[in-house]
Design a binder for this molecule. Structure first.
Ligand code: URA
Length: 250
């Protein structure tokens, strides 16, 4: 319940519970595995009640021509496409360019969205890319080595798989503005078509037509949570090794 309400990762919350900072219906609880009924029970952390708001997760097959925003005066937004949504607090997890198609995750879970987008978590995003001229094995190597797109550092290693003469899959773990287009531009090629096919282990697949959406399944939501929590654990131990402290962890 506390993790879902954005009070920290599952492992952080287990520690909070064991240290006696959590109460259920006015009684201190010390067992993280305790199940609660969110419709009737009152949960508090450090004396502050943590109210319940159901978290929801959707995937949208974004068509070209709509923008990844919640509201816009001129253009149609991705939120305009989710017509019969029950709530109005959804937002897209990251952005796709107006002309980019494919997988967009939408949620009202701010903590989860933050983790999926944080550069610290290296969440993988895979794009189907079509180029104006043929791609080569040299491009595959350049993408792996990192490309200078005018940022402070080279891009992180990206995995490129050639599918056809002018078509490939590219998996990146960052989300810089126009990143895929800028990476190929740097290799002397222009992106003529871009579609995100996978993010954080969630595949778009081919069951949704452009403009269609569905709720994520329980299994997919679990996958997102494991990604965000699990990667943080790995990162914490790596940072501990490197820096000896965790004070800058988000
Ligand atoms: N990279 C881009 O250049 N555009 C997108 O929409 C996503 C990744």
């Amino acid at each position: 319940y506390l993790a879902e309400m954005g009070q920290g990762t599952r492992s952080e919350i287990k520690k909070l519970i064991r240290s006696g900072r959590v109460m259920v219906d006015g009684e201190t609880v010390k067992k993280p595995e305790l199940k609660i009924d969110e419709t009737t029970q009152k949960v508090s952390l450090d004396g502050k009640q943590i109210g319940y708001a159901k978290k929801e997760y959707y995937m949208l097959h974004k068509p070209a021509g709509v923008i990844s925003a919640t509201k816009d005066d001129r253009d149609k937004t991705v939120l305009d496409l989710i017509t019969d949504k029950k709530r109005n607090d959804l937002f897209p997890v990251g952005r796709l360019d107006k002309d980019t198609e494919g997988l967009l995750i939408l949620t009202n879970d701010g903590a989860m969205a933050h983790r999926l987008l944080s550069p610290k978590f290296h969440v993988e995003k895979t794009y189907l890319v079509q180029l104006n001229i043929p791609v080569s094995e040299e491009d595959v190597i350049r993408m792996k080595e990192g490309v200078d797109i005018g940022e402070k550092r080279l891009t992180k290693p990206a995995e490129m798989k050639i599918l056809a003469e002018k078509e490939c899959l590219l998996t990146i773990t960052e989300g810089k503005f126009h990143q895929v287009k800028r990476m190929f531009h740097q290799l002397g090629k222009e992106v003529v078509y871009l579609k995100r096919v996978e993010m954080a282990g969630i595949r778009l697949g081919d069951s949704l037509e452009k403009g269609q959406w569905r709720q994520l399944t329980e299994k997919e939501i679990e996958k997102l949570k494991e990604q965000a929590d699990g990667k943080k654990e790995i990162l914490c131990s790596e940072e501990r090794k490197n820096t000896g402290n965790l004070s800058d962890m988000g």
